[in-house]
Write a protein that binds this ligand. Structure first.
Ligand code: SF4
Ligand SMILES: [Zn+2]
Ligand SMILES: [Zn+2]
Length: 330
């Protein structure tokens, strides 16, 4: 058994972060790292009205716990995509967590908002393409479940966060390294410019700034913190995640990290060095347009969410409407 090396503590170590640390010293280390990120990048302060995008998983529950502890008055926002055996479980954990901490919880579901759950959408549009059962045909385009889900999810998070000054997410260092490399591999520097501890390249009154307090925390550190804090969450993964492009990039980076420790940190640090230039470059070309279907910020006439929603409603023989119909009805 290795002992904690923080100030000659000598307790049993639970994790090695530069040096072996015991439970108490790791919790202090982790919290001070998150607090330093919030301070350095001005992610939140007491005047903010913060909503936390929650999945019921380790990352977002950690953010919800810490922001509530430090700033109080936070609200949790969850999206119920309708993924049987997964989202119902994580939502149950989140409801219990919020009820124990007396944190208000707002849940928006695909079914109530768009008229279909993700499960229904995938079942009805499912066509085996090139032997890959999990890919879906949507109009003339073949997409992965995460393409549809991620777009609709972002859309609902933005809609649900209206009226708040910040939306905090649980993205950690591993997630960010993956997003950076995904955009590099897809040669999409315009999208990469939106990354960083605070997302976006331009200000838009309809777009609530997204902040990432766990930006410099490794996934394994967040998992350890959530476990040690006994948040009462089950550590399960969406069944669609393993066939996503992100999963392929995640495995690739994890492999590199094994061979060359520090790879993830280096990807993010180098990216942060070039980010101000990228933001300046893409702010000039970023459009201030709004979608003609739903009014949300968009780079084209119709936003991607409206394109997916209309296509899916057509396949499911539901009445064709833009995403705005339900969102703006309350
Ligand atoms: S892994 Fe993909 S399908 Fe599952 S919740 Fe995330 S975006 Fe949706
Ligand atoms: Zn210690
Ligand atoms: Zn739209």
């Amino acid at each position: 058994m290795v002992n904690c090396r923080s100030r000659n503590c000598g307790e049993n170590a639970v994790i090695s972060v530069r040096q072996p640390l015991c439970k108490g010293h790791f919790i202090s280390y982790f919290e001070s790292r998150v607090a330093a990120t919030i301070k350095k990048y001005k992610l939140a302060d007491k005047k903010d009205k913060i909503i936390v995008a929650c999945s019921g998983g380790k990352d977002s529950t950690t953010v919800l716990y810490l922001l509530n502890k430090w700033f109080g008055n936070v609200t949790a926002l969850a999206i119920d995509e309708g993924i049987p055996g997964y989202r119902n479980v994580t939502l149950e954990d989140l409801r219990s967590f919020c009820s124990r901490g007396r944190i208000p919880l707002k849940v928006l579901s695909y079914k109530e908002t768009f008229g279909f759950s993700l499960h229904e959408a995938l079942r009805h549009t499912s066509t085996a393409v090139d032997g890959a059962q999990s890919k879906q045909r949507l109009g003339k385009v073949t997409v992965l479940p995460c393409n549809i889900c991620g777009t609709l999810r972002r859309y609902l998070l933005n809609a649900g966060a209206r009226g708040f000054t910040k939306i905090a997410t649980g993205h950690n260092l591993d997630d960010e390294a993956q997003s950076i490399m995904m955009n590099f591999f897809k040669v999409n520097l315009g999208l990469a410019a939106r990354l960083g501890p605070v997302t976006g390249v331009i200000e838009d009154s309809r777009f609530v700034p997204r902040v990432k307090p766990l930006y410099f925390c490794y996934e394994k550190e967040v998992a350890t913190y959530a476990f040690l804090q006994n948040f009462g969450i089950r550590f399960n993964e969406c069944p669609h995640a393993r066939i996503s492009f992100r999963a392929a990039v995640r495995d690739f980076i994890n492999d590199l990290e094994q061979h060359k420790p520090g790879t993830k940190q280096n990807i993010v640090s180098n990216f942060l060095g070039m980010l101000p230039k990228l933001k300046r470059k893409y702010a000039k070309t970023a459009s201030m347009k709004h979608c003609s279907g739903c009014g949300e910020p968009a780079s084209n006439e119709l936003c991607k969410a409206c394109i997916y929603i209309n296509s899916l409603r057509e396949s499911l023989k539901l009445k064709e409407v833009g995403a705005a119909a339900v969102i703006n009805s309350d």
